[in-house]
Ligand binder design. Structure first.
Ligand code: GLC
Length: 732
């Protein structure tokens, strides 16, 4: 990360003659504090009408305050952005343009699969492409910054925001964090088709106790650094321009007021000199948490933690000036915050062109264009995971197919954070299938709702299924019931969906289940009773076409789970890189007592991290290491042969795991350290090679030193995290 120059002004940038330092030096205190405020665009519109009413009044804001703010969030079009920017600049004395920010999480108008689905692609190029297209569309609509990527590591599907994460592994999450930042920002933020990224939610928001959103997060600093911080750091190393604080506490202090996290680690240790923004009203919430008595103390804590922008609350605007006058906060501290914000505006070219060249005409050309839809379809198909297939898929095109279920012809398959995406523009599963087989060969019945249903609907669906050769059962979640503030204590399919599935399965017809959901759900019964199960997640605008591409064999499924599916909710948290304990159960058929196990369920997840099937058949053989001991600076070459003995060309993700058999702290039974995606035609065999390096073996020890320790290790290789070949080696 680049070090910030703030000695009265940054070096003149060759590309432009704007000097942020000079602007800063000429600003009043009120103008400086204004830059730290972010509000909804309606505040600017309202102020234009001169009325100090409603939310503005409730937040104690004056017209002068509004005329000095630094940024707005959640505009949705080029027209709105141009209107707001003009209204604002007409009133802002120094003509400092607003920054426009929004939650462009998995698409802007063309909606891509949810990030948890993209995490199952294991394909950084596809992830980067989805972010690049999202940036192109968002920039065309006047957005300058996206509140993405969300890189919180997740282990608890009761938490509805797992949909926004790429999964349970720090190494994989870190690669995706980098890919998304590259996609959004490109190489130069002056490129008007790129936007700044904002990595979130720092830190460890993804593991609230009980899976309940906004709840307490508490863990050792060692675990925090080992598992939860790497993906944020990876995004910042990729030059991510902004970072958002998380709502939760970390070690008893809410992130937004947590100086150790925000300043000691983020600024001082990592050297991050970009913009830090609070999450929505998280500065004010320091009072609710109980670490700040009033708004003034909340402002003081957050400023001390070097949180530059207060989103949607007004502690800074009410008390920052007072804090400066009382010497509680230095003007230099305020200047650092303001400088970082102005620097970002300068990097985006806003001082040359506050509108960044947007136009309604260009917006119309770019949003949801055919090329973007085509990419969305490709990425969606690559994100889907084949969980079971007993000779049913791919479907032949001359059979009569009954599409049954609440998600069979449902356009609500975009997910939760859909920006300006419109469900009516989504392709449903039934519509996708109608692009593959004759319409007269497609039957359809809804069968029930996602959370409700009638006997008549259910009976009609059974009759429809009877008339078909194969049944495609489309089940899942309501897209409004995943995402923020959607925690569930039970994670089965809701309503009468399982009743519908049982009735259809009684017909003993080949039945394929297609799941549209935003989190791992309980599917034990479905997995055992159906011939095939395809996890489609919330696949986005082109979802129905992508599912149909897989069902009929035009795409060979290649997705691999980036988050474990629990056997049941009582097993949570369940994840692949667990510790061994002193009484490991070992294999599931070990019925001994006094081992770490349940009396009523297995220890293993229903489906493990890395799992996914293909229409191809991949066989591993000849796993070897070129040496079984090495020292720092050397590498061990690992290789394995992978052969496609199936009849379809397919993509396999070959994964290398490593276990440190003895450490100064207990080490996980396995950790993902590398992987290769390879394409094999039928009968083809490839030798896949990896290099095992000493840095792969480093971890945080008791003293929080990140280092390896000599000793014995196990290298494991395979298609998922449970079926592995292994070889021992030693670091000397
Ligand atoms: C929300 C979310 C955050 C989002 C922000 C702005 O509360 O926690 O992820 O970016 O507010 O919408």
């Amino acid at each position: 990360m680049k070090k910030m120059l703030i000695d009265g002004g940054d070096k003149m940038d060759q590309q432009n003659n704007f000097n942020v330092g000079e602007l800063l030096a000429g600003m009043t205190i009120k103008e400086k504090i204004g830059q730290l405020i972010q509000l909804l665009p309606s505040f600017v519109k309202e102020n234009a009408s001169g009325a100090v009413t409603g939310p503005m009044e409730q937040m104690g804001l004056t017209r002068e305050d509004i005329s000095n703010i630094g940024s707005v969030l959640a505009t949705t079009s080029a027209g709105e952005m141009m209107e707001i920017q003009k209204l604002f600049l007409d009133k802002n004395e120094k003509k400092i343009p607003l920054l426009f920010m929004a939650d462009v999480i998995h698409g802007f108008r063309t909606i891509f699969p949810i990030p948890l689905a993209i995490g199952c692609t294991w394909d950084m190029e596809l992830a980067e492409k989805s972010a690049e297209i999202s940036a192109r569309e968002a920039a065309a609509a006047g957005i300058n910054v996206t509140f993405s990527p969300m890189v919180d590591l997740v282990r608890d599907p009761r938490w509805g925001r797992v949909m926004e994460s790429t999964g349970e592994d720090p190494y994989l999450n870190s690669l995706f964090a980098r890919a998304f930042v590259r996609g959004y920002q490109g190489k130069n933020l002056r490129d008007k088709e790129r936007i700044a990224a904002c990595v979130k939610h720092f830190a460890a928001y993804g593991v609230p106790e009980g899976g309940r959103d906004y709840n307490t997060v508490d863990m050792s600093e060692r675990v925090l650094r080992e598992y939860y911080l790497p993906s944020y750091k990876a995004a910042l190393e990729e030059d991510c321009k902004m970072l958002m604080t998380s709502f939760n506490t970390v070690d008893g202090i809410p992130s937004t007021g947590n100086k150790y996290l925000m300043k000691d680690i983020l600024r001082d240790e990592w050297g991050f000199d970009g913009v830090v923004i609070s999450d929505w009203a998280a500065v004010l919430e320091l009072m609710v948490h109980g670490v700040a008595e009033g708004r003034k103390e909340a402002a003081h804590m957050a400023l001390e933690a070097e949180v530059d922008i207060e989103m949607m609350s007004s502690c800074y605007v009410e008390h920052a000036e007072e804090l400066i006058k009382e010497g509680m906060i230095s003007i230099e501290q305020i200047d650092r915050c303001v400088y970082r914000i102005l620097k970002l505006k300068e990097e985006l070219g806003l001082f040359e062109d506050p509108y960044r060249g947007v136009s309604v005409k260009k917006e119309k050309e770019v949003l949801l264009c055919e090329a973007h839809r085509k990419s969305a379809r490709e990425i969606a198909a690559s994100s889907m995971v084949l969980l079971k297939n007993e000779g049913v898929l791919p479907l032949s095109r001359d059979k009569k197919a009954a599409v049954i279920g609440p998600l069979g012809d449902n356009k609500e398959i975009l997910g939760f954070w859909i920006c300006t995406g419109k469900s009516e523009e989504a392709v449903t599963l039934k519509e996708g299938i109608s692009g593959k087989i004759l319409k007269q060969n497609i039957l359809y019945s809804k069968g029930c709702g996602i959370t409700d249903g009638t006997d008549e609907e259910l009976e009609e669906a059974v009759e429809t299924a009877k008339a078909a050769d194969v049944v495609i059962l489309a089940l899942g979640e309501n897209q409004e019931r995943v995402g923020e503030s959607t925690s569930r204590a039970h994670i089965e399919l809701e309503g009468r969906q399982m009743e519908l599935a049982r009735r259809v399965l009684e017909l003993s017809k080949p039945t394929v289940v297609v799941l549209f959901n935003g989190r791992p759900i309980e599917i034990r019964e479905l997995l055992s009773s159906c011939s095939a199960v395809l996890e489609a997640w919330f696949p986005g605008t082109e979802g129905g076409n992508a599912v149909a591409d897989i069902l009929f064999g035009d795409v060979n499924p290649s997705g691999r789970l980036s988050m474990s599916f629990p056997y049941t909710v009582g097993q949570i948290p369940v994840y692949y890189n667990n510790l061994n304990t002193g009484r490991p159960k070992g294999s599931e058929d070990n019925n001994k007592r006094f081992v770490s196990s349940y009396m009523d369920i297995p220890n293993s997840p229903l489906l493990p991290f890395g799992f996914g099937l293909s229409y191809s058949k991949f066989e591993y053989s000849d796993f070897k290491l070129d040496k079984t001991s090495f020292s720092k600076g050397e590498v061990i070459k690992a290789s394995v042969k992978v052969r496609n003995s199936g009849g379809y060309t397919g993509i396999e993700t070959v994964k290398l795991y490593i276990r440190d058999l003895h450490g100064s702290v207990v080490r996980p039974v396995k950790e993902l350290k590398s992987f290769r995606r390879i394409k094999l035609v039928p009968g083809e065999e490839q030798v896949v090679e990896f290099q095992i390096k000493e840095e792969m073996l480093r971890f945080y020890n008791r003293k929080l030193e990140f280092k390896s320790e000599p000793g014995k290790f196990k290298a494991m290789i395979g298609s998922n995290s449970s079926e592995l070949n292994d070889i021992d080696f030693e670091l000397i």
